[in-house]
Write a protein that binds this ligand. Sequence first.
Ligand SMILES: NC(=O)CC[C@H](N)C(=O)O
Length: 270
Amino acid sequence: MKKPRVLVLWGYGINCEVETSYAFKLAGGDPEIVHLSEIFSGEKNLLDYQIICFPGGFLDGDHLGSAQACAHRFKHLKLKDGTYLWEKLMIFLKKGGLILGICNGFQLLVKMGLLPGGKYLGERKVTLTYNDSGKFEDRWVYLKVNPQTKCIFLEGLDELYLPVRHGEGKFIPQDEKVLEEIKSQGLIALQYIHPETRKPTLEYPYNPNGAVEAVAGLTDPTGRIFGLMPHPEAFNHFTNHPRWTREKNLTVAGLEIFKNAVNWVKANLL
Ligand SMILES: NC(=O)CC[C@H](N)C(=O)O
């Protein structure tokens, strides 16, 4: 059986590409780690893959704000064949491909305007900025999947426990109107919850950054683009869980996200 081809990008400060590629492999995909420079030079073509993944890290050293500089490259870079990289991305989406952005990758997706997408595709309507705590947050968080979400990556999932590690994870919409639109279309895919009430929370440290509406992850109206601040690739085996020696029958929650993507491509694109 053919395996979905997954483009896992690295370079310029991305540092989670090996773990991310490993997670896609465990999930049944055929990942390839490709340096961004090979995309920018046109040596590698986005259209040769069914899934594009932007992993976590510190693109361009977080200069100008996390993922900001790289977002400009994706929006404005002209390839040797005379086409724009952005046009390639649009063709990739038209062909039905999936896009996943994790942490720094999520920051990149919102800064280049792939999320929230839909009628705002290419426009920046939301951002991810400095944590309210004023420091880098490195902790595990409880998350709830929006039962209304169309996000393919989250199908069949309800609550998740995953690690976050970021300095700029606070979700902010441009204004109330944008927030209402995002909410009414079910684009808030994932929220930070309080471990006791199991409800979305603004309380620190359960909401580790002060994200408005406790947003931890967003999808676009097609459900094929997904970005999240937590790192699902860092929970790919039960021993990654901080309490694995005490808690039994742990679901390896992170891996489920990669399996959903791979299985969807197998069923719909291969
Ligand atoms: N782990 C990451 O991807 C971190 C993203 C970004 N550099 C930040 O600190 O917010």
